[in-house]
Design a protein around this ligand. Structure first.
Ligand code: HAM
Length: 420
C-alpha cells in the first residue's frame, strides 16, 4: 500500500476485470461503427461557459457538480461533465456541418467528471460511450440511435433493462406547458429549494423522488396534453419505427432528464438490478443546443451509455463475458542459455501475431508453471540445457498435460498451426 489512495468517488480498473470494461466499450461502439458513425475525441476540459450555456445554468451538473478551475493563464475551464456540448462545439469549430453532408454522425468514448455524492453506480470519474447525430430532424434518426443502444445491450447478453420514452416538446409548445406547470406548482406546499426550482426549471420538479412532493403532483398538467401537432406527429413516428424494429419501450411522461438542452424525443435505459442508480444510459434530441453555443440551427439527437453502470448491470444479471485469454503461449526457460534462446522465440512468436508471455526473473520450474496456468495460456514452451543440446524445446498442452519436443527452428510454425 502506498501513502496515497484513489480520490474519493473514483476507482481503478485493474486486470482481469478491466478486460470487461474494454469489451463493454467495444460492444457499445460496434453497432455505431457499423452505422456510419465516425470516431471523435475532444479534450478532457473545455471553457466552463460551454457547459454553463449548453448543459444549463439551472442543472445540478452545472451548479453543483462541475470541476471548474482557473488556469495560471486566467482561462476559466471545467473538466467535462458530459460529452454532447463538447462534440457539438468541435463539429461546429471544424465546420463538419458545412458541405451538405448531414447528419454528421459521431461516436466517442472517454472519461467524464461530476462532483457527485459517491455511491454504488455513482462516481466522480466515470466512463461513457456516446453518439451524436448532428444537423438533421428525422424521427428515423432518433429511432436509429435507440435501436443501436438496444442492440449493444443485447449483444452483451443484457435482458433486464427497459427503455423509457418521452417527448419534451419544442420551442413552440414547451413554454406554454412550462407556464401552466408553474401555475400549478406555485399552489403547492414546497420547500424553498423546490420553489426556486419551480422558477428556474419546473419540469425537474416532476422528477423529484420524495414522496411528499410526488403526492402533491397528482393532477399536475402533463406535457402530453400540451404537445403541438408537429411534436405529436414526430413522436408518433419515433414510436412506430421502434415498434416496427421490435424494440419495446415504455411511455414515461415524467421522464425529464438532468440536462437542459433536450427537446422532443428523450429516453433513458434503466436496469432493474441496480437499485437507485438505475439509468445505464440516456439521451434525446437537442434541437436548440447549437444556437445556444453560438452556432446555426442544427437539430440533433444523441445518447451516452455509462460504461461503469453497464458493467454493474452485467454483474447483476450474472453475465460473464466470454473474453479470450490475453496470453496463448507462455515460455519457461530453465537456465541462462535457455533464457536467451527462448526470449528470441518469444519475440518471433509475437511478430507472427501469437500472444506470448515469458517467465521473467529467473523463476524456478514450479513457480513458472503456476504463472503459465494463471495466464490462461493454452501452450507452454519449456526448454532446459539438455533440450537445447538436442536442438528442441518442449511444447506442453496446458489442458491435456501432453508434452512433445519440437525442433527449435520449427517451433513458430508448429505453434501457429496448433493455435489455428
Ligand atoms: P446523462 O444521463 O447525464 O446524459 O449520462 C449518461 C449516462 O452516463 C447515465 O445514464 C449513466 O449511465 C452515466 N453516468 C452519468 N453520471 C454518472 C456518474 N456520476 N457515475 C457513473 N455513471 C454516470 C449525458 O451525459 C448526455 N450527454 C447524453 C446525451 C448525448 N444526450 C444527447 N446526446
Amino acid at each position: 500500500m502506498s501513502t496515497f489512495q484513489a480520490p474519493k468517488g473514483t476507482y481503478d480498473l485493474l486486470p482481469p476485470n478491466s478486460a470487461t470494461y474494454l469489451a463493454v466499450r467495444e460492444a457499445i461502439s460496434g453497432p455505431l461503427k457499423n452505422s456510419g458513425y465516425g470516431y471523435i475525441e475532444t479534450p478532457g476540459f473545455e471553457n466552463v461557459e460551454l457547459f454553463a450555456r449548453g448543459v444549463g445554468e439551472s442543472t445540478d451538473i452545472v451548479t453543483k457538480e462541475m470541476y471548474a478551475f482557473e488556469t495560471k493563464g486566467g482561462d476559466k475551464l471545467a473538466l467535462r461533465p458530459e460529452g454532447t456540448a463538447s462534440v457539438l462545439r468541435a463539429a461546429l469549430e471544424a465546420n463538419l456541418h458545412k458541405g451538405g453532408n448531414l447528419p454528421v454522425k459521431l461516436w466517442y468514448s472517454g472519461s467524464y467528471y461530476r462532483y457527485e455524492r459517491p455511491q454504488k453506480g455513482r462516481y466522480r470519474h466515470f466512463s461513457q460511450v456516446g453518439a451524436e447525430a448532428i444537423g438533421t430532424e428525422d424521427p428515423a434518426l432518433d429511432a436509429e440511435l435507440i435501436i443501436l443502444a438496444d442492440q449493444a445491450y443485447r449483444s452483451l447478453g443484457l435482458r433486464n433493462f427497459r427503455i423509457l420514452l418521452n417527448s419534451l416538446g419544442d420551442k413552440e409548445c414547451r413554454p406554454v406547458y412550462r407556464a401552466a406547470l408553474q401555475d400549478f406548482l406555485r399552489g403547492l406546499d414546497l420547500d424553498d429549494d423546490t420553489r426556486r426550482r419551480v422558477d428556474i426549471n419546473p419540469l425537474r420538479v416532476l422528477d423529484d423522488k420524495r414522496d411528499a412532493v410526488q403526492r402533491q403532483l397528482t393532477g399536475a398538467p402533463m406535457l402530453r396534453d400540451y404537445l403541438c401537432e408537429a411534436c405529436k406527429a414526430y413522436h408518433e413516428q419515433v414510436r412506430e419505427l421502434l415498434t416496427a424494429a421490435g424494440v419495446g419501450f415504455e411511455d414515461d411522461e415524467k421522464l425529464v432528464r438532468g440536462l437542459d438542452y433536450y427537446t422532443r424525443t428523450t429516453f433513458e435505459f434503466v436496469h432493474d438490478g441496480l437499485g437507485s442508480q438505475s439509468a445505464v444510459g440516456g439521451g434525446g434530441r437537442y434541437d436548440g443546443l447549437s444556437e445556444m453555443i453560438g452556432g446555426p440551427a442544427l437539430p440533433s439527437v444523441g445518447w451516452a451509455l455509462g460504461v461503469d453502470r453497464t458493467v454493474l448491470a452485467l454483474e447483476a444479471e450474472g453475465i460473464v463475458l466470454d473474453i479470450p485469454a490475453a496470453t496463448a503461449v507462455y515460455a519457461v526457460p530453465l537456465g541462462e542459455e535457455a533464457r536467451r534462446v527462448l526470449f528470441g522465440t518469444v519475440t518471433a512468436l509475437r511478430r507472427a501475431g501469437v500472444a506470448t508471455d515469458f517467465a521473467y526473473g529467473g523463476k524456478g520450474l514450479k513457480n513458472a508453471m503456476k504463472s503459465a496456468n494463471r495466464s490462461g495460456a493454452r501452450l507452454a514452451l519449456v526448454a532446459g540445457e539438455r533440450d537445447l543440446a538436442d536442438g528442441v524445446v518442449q511444447l506442453k498442452d496446458l489442458e491435456s498435460g501432453e508434452q512433445t519436443p519440437v525442433a527449435l527452428d520449427a517451433v513458430v510454425d508448429e505453434i501457429t498451426r496448433k493455435l489455428g
